[in-house]
Design a protein around this ligand. Sequence first.
Ligand code: 6R9
Length: 566
Amino acid sequence: MSNIGSYDKRYGNFDWKISADELEYGKDGMYNIAYYCSDRIVEKGFGGRMAMIWESFKGEIRRFTYDDIRVYSNTFAAFLKDTGIERGDRVCIFMDRIPELYISFLGILKLGAITQPLFSAFGEEALFTRLEDAGTKAILTTRKHAGKVRRIKDRLPALKHVIVVDGDALSLKPGEIAFNMEKAVRFDSFDIDRAGPEVPSVLHYTSGTTGQPKGAMHVHSSLLAQYLTAKWVLDITPDDIYWCTADPGWVTGTSYGIIGPWSCGVTQAVLDSGFSTQKWYQFIEKHRVTVWYSAPTAIRLLMKDGNAVVEQHDLSCLRHLISVGEPLNAEAVVWSEQTFGKPFHDSYWQTETGAIVITNYPGMKIKPGSMGKAFPGIIATVVDQRTFQPITTPGTVGLIALKPGWPSMFRAYWGNEEMYRSKFRNGWYICGDRSSIDAEGYFWFVGRDDDVINTAGHLVGPFEIESALLEHEAVAESAAVGKPDPVNMEVVKAFVALKPGYEPDADMELSIMNFIRKKLSPLAMPQEIEFVDSLPKTRSGKIMRRLLRAKEWGQEIGDVSTLEND
Ligand code: 6R9
């Protein structure tokens, strides 16, 4: 029997109080996520249970009990407080998936400060944009990534502290601080910030169509949704070994790589290494992973490598599989059922929703290719793109819309009230994705309603890429669009018009690709560059990205005058 039991019963009879009661949320005025992820588990008598089994890319293994993460996060909190970090300050975490990332995340929250996790593969420009926007006061990083911080620090007047968690006197530059979690004086207790359920907790940057990435701000009471979805959708029980393959630089890696699982008291396995079929199967087998949360691109890569490699491993430990981030194709569901004896369950949500909102539940009939149904407590529909009225005819495509008010809904885009408000129409939060709903209430994803590129489950904003492209000395104008890719779903393709005197040859293509990889990230790097003399524009001079995109996807765009106002 799964944790959720009967979906219909749960949906019809739901109250978020279920979550609050189970967590005893708000007891003694305590609302802080970090308390529920560490101290509470210890107080319940499970301090000796493993919270994290961590494996490095070299195969080194380290284990941390719930009591360890309680004490180490206290230690981080006390150190940051001593450094001058106060409630509401933004503290960025910029490191690979090392234990310090997961533990400092809780430490920052214990202090009442806001965590801003950023993907460590970000280059200096991507990092700069996000730190500048958030007015970030401190950054926790490692020697490996400190160079990028050093190169932009002078342009960030708000950034007061650079803390290197594996630093020593020799490796530091003036003004930087070394802090070693395990060598520091341990703090067995810390006065956890209790400012309330609406206190900001996590700030995740996410890409949109226009402008630079926006910071989706969450608050502590998001826990109510993250806890219950981890329990009911991921079906986590304290006896499980749970593996979330996402990096905490993205929302899946925090909501379901830290908050959800640890508030459920489960043992997490963390692999600080990139994708490799062999390595992943070995990891599951070695640590006896039972619940596995991953993404369609990874599943497609595993499928590509075939079943011979699966047969070399004992994967019988796997009990429940879930996927997120991009459309989960029906073939992948069927393949996983044949290969692991279990289907992957799709789950749909966004940085802005903070937690899973539409999904296939354990025990529910799966229709391969469908994302499933709304989570209890979530009122989801599709609305007409012009009137924002719910569409009642099954099978008609509209925009996915949610009734505001679920606990993990983002509360702001950092410093951008207008953009935040624009996401709400006619009493609905508009997700920006297109879908239909069938007669049984199952959602069938169609595509995004904007120009954001989803590559291997990661959103990349065309504007951010185009802005960076313009900084290349040879580029006069550019457009970045998503192009179909059999594994990553989409990859970035750039159309570039060069300044006079520059040659559109293979060297130039390489030079531009490397420029973007270094400045932004490997994800944002165009996999292909098409040199053009000029780009199609509207009468007002805006580049018609949609026209270029439609060509890549082999779609008929029809009358281009309809794009005039895009
Ligand atoms: C959690 C996360 C959100 C966007 C979302 C949609 C796409 C996510 C999906 C899916 C099809 C699914 N997306 N889950 N598309 N099927 N099951 O990924 O957050 O990085 O903000 O991306 O990803 O387009 O709007 P985020």
